[in-house]
Design a protein around this ligand. Structure first.
Ligand code: ADP
Length: 487
């Protein structure tokens, strides 16, 4: 009792733990088993039909043979039914295969080839059937008085005038046939059991080959979620599971990069905020001590004002970023003169570029033919794009480098190219630099938001940002703004 209960309990626990097996059992295994059982039942039915039919055919051909003999003998008129049937019983050659009974016209068994006439016979359904049948033939199978399964065929013997003289009844035991049917069905059942066994085995093996790596993936994903970003899955299969492993590994890599970028962002933004704050704090202390030195006061206030402006710029950029993330960036569009906006932006960087020894060239597309068409857009945002791009160009150029700003009219857009001969961008960095917080040099000033913001603003305008760069040679950023306003 204890022994048989244990594997069943283990199987139940396995199925409960392994819900995929439960689903497979419900949706595949049971259906296949059911199908096989129906097949088995059909096979048994067909087998029984086939065997019984052949027994029936054999009885019928035998009956036709003997009854015709009887008919031919009866026509000679010299022999009576009694004598004929008696001699038929004596010379009946199939005694070992079947029993021949001679019935009276009212269905009484008069003689039997076994020599044994049952004292009390059940009703003979085949005889009753023969009485009503056109061809005078009736067939039945069932249990006889001795409880044996038999098939019986009765054929009436008629006079030329149509009256019934008596009948011949052929009875054959179905025990052998039934045993044959049972044997074949048993064989099929064993075969089905084998199929079910191998099906279950292969199914469990297959499911296990899915469940084990899936559990592995789920464990690893949980570890990644808990912060173990270096955890990686081993790719064992080159199939969908293998693809899932690759995706999870890729996800872990991306999360690790995002985490690193976030940390770098916090450190760079703190640095960005601290530098102007340090200057403001330093100058305010200086001013407290040297309040009488008018020149110094003026210089100090200018620095404090400039640094406060820088702080405002940083905070504005962060606010813009947060608006961009939440999808709340609103555009106030109106017809824009891109050339004028560019001029304003370039003007803001002229001093800084000059101080760093960088040549900043801007040739406005003036003159009748080159005049730029007006573009619908938000002037503050578009100017911000130019400022971000010029800021990068100056930031990533060295003394002696050259920055060129150009604008041109295209058939359906206005194009602005800001190119520099600065440090350039390595090809492996190029696809990532537009991502938020991404900086090639963690120590560089800025928060890694400039390009992400520029791209978002341009996309909102229906425009685009393209970056071409060669490491050590320079970078060209192309801004395209459509003439038709974005919806
Ligand atoms: P950041 O605040 O660091 O400038 P950005 O989003 O504007 O952030 O730029 C992301 C990165 O792209 C920068 O860290 C820099 O490495 C690279 N980059 C952008 N513009 C240029 C350029 N003109 N020349 C070289 N590198 C550039």
């Amino acid at each position: 009792m204890k022994k048989s209960g244990r594997p069943r309990r283990r199987l139940r626990r396995l199925v409960q733990k392994n819900r995929l097996i439960g689903r497979w059992v419900q949706h595949a295994f049971l259906i296949v088993v059911l199908f096989l059982l129906v097949l088995q039942a059909l096979f048994m039915g067909m087998l029984r039909f086939y065997y019984y039919q052949s027994v029936e055919n054999a009885l019928e051909s035998r009956a036709q043979l003997y009854n015709r003999t009887m008919e031919m003998a009866a026509t000679s008129d010299t022999l009576s039914w009694d004598v004929l049937s008696r001699s038929l019983i004596v010379y009946f050659t199939d005694k070992d295969k079947m029993e021949l009974q001679v019935l009276s016209a009212d269905g009484q068994i008069l003689l039997s080839s076994t020599g044994f006439v049952p004292a009390e016979e059940d009703s003979l359904p085949d005889f009753s059937q023969a009485l009503t049948a056109e061809d005078g033939c009736g067939i039945w199978h069932g249990h006889n008085a001795a409880g044996e399964m038999v098939m019986a065929l009765t054929m009436l013997e008629k006079t030329p005038a149509g009256g019934t003289v008596g009948a011949l009844r052929y009875v054959v035991s179905l025990a052998l046939v039934n045993r044959q049917i049972l044997l074949l069905s048993g064989l099929l059942f064993v075969f089905i059991l084998l199929i079910v066994f191998f099906f279950a085995l292969s199914g469990l093996y297959f499911i296990n080959s899915i469940v084990t790596p899936v559990l592995d993936i789920s464990r690893t994903a949980r570890r990644i979620a808990m912060g173990e970003y270096d955890t990686r899955l081993k790719k064992r299969y080159d199939d969908e599971i293998g693809e899932l492993c690759d995706t999870v590994n890729f996800m872990a890599g991306e999360i690790a990069t995002a985490e690193r970028m976030k940390n770098e962002f916090i450190s760079s933004i703190s640095h960005e905020l601290r530098t102007p704050l340090t200057a403001i704090k330093g100058w305010s202390e200086t001013l407290q001590m040297a309040a009488d030195d008018r020149e110094l006061v003026e210089q100090g206030l200018t620095v404090i004002g400039g640094e406060a402006q820088r702080l405002t710029g940083i905070v504005e950029e962060l606010l813009d970023f947060s608006r961009m993330e939440s999808g709340h960036m609103v555009l106030r569009q109106r017809p824009l003169d891109i050339a004028a906006l560019l001029e304003e932006a370039v003007f803001l960087f002229r001093d800084r570029a000059f101080r760093s020894g960088i040549t900043l060239e801007y040739r406005p597309p003036y003159g009748r033919r080159n005049n730029l068409p007006l573009v619908m857009g938000d002037p503050d945002r578009i100017k911000q794009v130019f400022i971000n791009l010029l800021d990068n160009a100056v930031k990533y150029s060295r003394s002696g480098d050259r920055i060129r700003v150009e604008a041109a009219a295209m058939p359906t857009a206005v194009q602005v190219v800001i190119s520099d001969t600065g440090i350039g961008i390595a090809p492996e960095e190029l696809p990532r630099i537009r991502q938020k917080f991404y900086q090639t040099d963690a120590g560089a000033s800025g928060a890694g938001l400039g390009l992400a913001l520029a791209q978002e603003i341009l996309q909102l305008h229906g425009g685009s940002l393209e970056i071409d760069s060669e490491y050590g040679v320079g970078t060209a950023v192309t801004v395209t703004l459509p003439l038709e306003p974005a919806e």
